[in-house]
Design a protein around this ligand. Structure first.
Ligand SMILES: Cc1ncc(COP(=O)(O)O)c(C=O)c1O
Length: 414
């Protein structure tokens, strides 16, 4: 593990895309990491090496290549289990990403366990992927979907949770550990302990948290946990659902097909052991291997150092952004309660115009509803601009962002 003094700037050499220029020969400044992160050579090379030297289907054949591919695939599962402190790696299920993980739970757990009149609780700052699957499920079952609200600081109002739990009808509470728009870090300990006391299961969306801070599943104490590889230097199309074995064992399969079965007869089938019961068909082997390389890369730096780097960058960015004329920052300014995601708006300027003007300088930020329209309604806006940071971002890049935002302010005479 490297120290907090790690020269994060040194890491930039590992990311070939950061050497690119865009538009009129402008150096790329990539500040859309909440959406997806760039990939280091180590991840690109691992995928390349897999296809060049080890490609075969897994779990199925006894020849050398198949054994190598299976070993690489299963090694990644072990690395990921260690990374989030899961003792039993059969609880780690490979899925396409956070979205698929949540849909898996809504389908394979929800259809057996949710009935008419039950309540599922989510929050006002969820990504659509932690809202829509629950709408589909509750509508199908005649159950209800309720929301924990949010105060003007962007923090969840947990009195709402108490109110819903008191009905005795709540079957599942789900929330993101870090908001993809406001960067708010949820008070997971309080939410989970309240749910445990009420005998209610919890699902944590870790898509924005796992890439940026140490997450310890055992300590967290939730029942389901979901995250995506591509937001933490890994490839797209691969992610994780973790759930307690005791819960996974009560669930029906999600997809039917090869590898998830023990025996198939004409009219009945028995299921394979965990985790394979939930990994039907040929999985995304190469990207699992790439994900393992991303885990190695992050582990070498250390998640504590990564969080510290982002605290420094985010504090600096909030201070500088606060000085830009006409600019409003959403969410808490208490850095201990937020990650490196900053949403903002200029008085009347549409976020798309902001993003377009600063794109001319080679700066990539996101504008839009960020797949969080319920939150946009709560904030009473159609869209925001969003800058989000990762390990390779620097203060100089934030200075460039500020300069081009000042240009926007001048153009629109703010
Ligand atoms: C908090 C949160 N949850 C879920 C998702 C969906 O992740 P994916 O598109 O990788 O499935 C995202 C993606 O932005 C997110 O930020």
């Amino acid at each position: 593990m490297q120290s907090a003094q790690t020269s994060f700037e040194n890491l930039r050499k590992d990311f070939p895309i950061l050497k690119r220029t865009v538009r009129e020969n402008k150096t790329l400044v990539y500040l859309d990491n909440a959406s997806t992160t760039q990939k280091p050579n180590q991840v690109i090379d691992a995928i390349n090496d897999y296809y060049r030297n080890h490609n075969a289907n897994i779990h199925r054949a006894v020849y050398a290549l198949a054994e190598e591919a299976t070993e690489l695939y299963e090694n990644s599962r072990e690395k990921i289990a260690n990374f989030i402190n899961v003792k039993d790696k059969t609880e780690i299920i490979f899925v396409r990403g956070t979205t698929e993980a949540i849909n898996l739970v809504a389908y394979a757990w929800g259809r057996d366990h949710i009935k008419e009149g039950d309540i599922i609780v989510t929050t006002e700052y969820e990504h659509h992927s932690n809202i829509v699957p629950w709408q589909l499920l509750t509508q199908e079952k005649g159950a209800k979907l309720e929301y924990i609200g949010m105060d003007d600081n962007g923090e969840l109002t947990l009195d709402d949770l108490d109110k819903y739990l008191a009905t005795g009808k709540v079957k599942l509470v789900t929330f993101s550990l870090m908001s993809n728009v406001l960067g708010t870090i949820s008070d997971a300990d309080t939410i989970i302990s309240k749910c445990k006391a009420a005998g209610v299961l919890t699902l944590v969306d870790g898509a924005q948290a796992v890439p940026h801070m140490k997450v310890d599943i055992e300590k967290l104490g939730c029942d389901f946990f979901a995250f995506s590889g591509h937001k933490m230097l890994g490839p797209t199309g691969i992610g994780i659902l973790w759930a307690k074995k005791s819960v996974l064992e009560t669930m029906s399969p999600f997809h039917g097909g090869g590898d998830m079965i023990r025996e198939v007869h004409k009219y009945e089938t028995t299921w394979n052991d965990l985790p394979y019961k939930f990994e039907a068909g040929t999985p995304n082997i190469a990207d699992v291997v790439g994900f393992g390389a991303a885990i190695d890369y992050l582990s070498n730096i250390g998640m504590t150092a990564i969080r510290q780097h982002e605290i420094e960058l985010t504090s600096y960015a909030i201070e500088k952004l606060s000085q830009v004329k006409g600019l409003h920052i959403y969410g808490t300014k208490d850095i201990s309660k937020r990650g490196g995601v900053i949403s903002f708006n200029f008085a009347d300027v549409h976020p798309h115009d902001v993003a377009q003007i600063i794109d001319e300088e080679g700066i990539a930020i996101r504008s839009g509803h960020h797949c969080a329209q319920v939150l946009m309604e709560r904030l009473n806006v159609a869209a925001t601009s969003r800058a989000s940071f990762y390990i390779y971002n620097t203060r100089e890049e934030i200075d460039k962002l500020i300069n081009s935002l000042n240009k926007v302010a001048r153009i629109f005479k703010l």
